[in-house]
Design a binder for this molecule. Sequence first.
Ligand SMILES: *Cc1c(COP(=O)(O)O)cnc(C)c1O
Length: 415
Amino acid sequence: MPTPLSPPLPAGGISQVPDAHGRFGRFGGRYVPETLSAALDQLQAAYDEARADPAFQAELDQLLAAFVGRPTPLLFAKRLTEYAGGAQIWFKREDLSHTGAHKINNTLGQGLLAMRMGKKRIIAETGAGQHGVATATACARFGLDCVVYMGSEDVRRQEPNVRSMRMMGAEVRPVESGSRTLRDAINEAMRDWMGSVETTHYIIGSVVGPHPFPRIVRDFQSVIGKETLLFCKKELGRDPDCVVACVGGGSNAAGMFYPLVEHKGIRLVGVEAGGRSPKPGDHAASLSYGNAGILHGSLSYVLQDPDGQTADVHSVSAGLDYPGVGPEHAWWHDTKRVEYTSVTDAEALDAFDLVARREGILPALETSHALAWAVKEAARRPKEEVIVVCMSGRGDKDAAEIARLRSIEKGGAHA
Ligand SMILES: *Cc1c(COP(=O)(O)O)cnc(C)c1O
């Protein structure tokens, strides 16, 4: 059953959320059919138990070190900083993680939780395919069965990731409903889960969905922010002045921000996909242009048409192409702890080129949104200041699409 609306705000600091009902202020909660409530309660109990069990953390830490390659370094972007001509730009290198993005931090944690619950079958949704690959990877490592739901449009667009998932033994099920993209894949995964909760765990890929998912995914991704604080202390002798991350569902940003929210001196900035224009259907900036609504089991900012239907969204980067956002971001937005802004497709593509040429790194198109903002902002800030960009993933997956877009711009083949 849905939890009651608008319980009082959580006591304590801004980080003391969610409450027992999974509420971040008025956001979050659990709007799901009864069938799923028991599974979500079981997940919550398993997670509470695991958190209190040092053996669980030790096993996860061991995997994060030897399998993922953590801790990931903090790199001074020297030539990008020279280009901007102001504040220092540093990269937190999640792109160096096994499978090329931050997603693996979450899939390993949830994979271990599934095994604690005695569940041997995993389902997941994926858009660009990064979460699908990270889930298939964790399942291969743990010996779990894996089914990944993916919109048929994305199956076509993200062929290399589909191939990787299948090579690691996952079954990829194309979803033909709706716009045949991420939101339809989540609907289909939820439907599967309703009929299979006894044997199956659903590894959701971002800080979205019904309680306790937003909290669990945030916690597993918080290793990003914790390492950032530690490395800044070690290499700069102090906290950064500003930290920026791109926001799709919001997991890399939440993992980066959460350990920092009580450090009031650090400016936190989330960058959404501004797409082609601010017109409905042309972007995926839920916090910038959305309204409160329920999507995929929780209350948050959602892009909706005037009838309250979930709107169509667009972004050049498939990983930011989602009409909702995690409820904790809605809470940070309304409490003004985090600033949210957006960057257009064109600005993100320019940032991709700039970072490729000046730093020798192909950033993911998602990450390129955060990079575009960082370069603009660094130019306005004094040289003593430090901006850390969450380098959420590598851009090899995007190289073909970028080449295609550039050739259209140049009047070449309209592929
Ligand atoms: C999936 C993905 C994102 C967007 O997801 P969040 O949950 O918002 O982090 C961003 N960057 C990369 C590289 C991704 O793979």
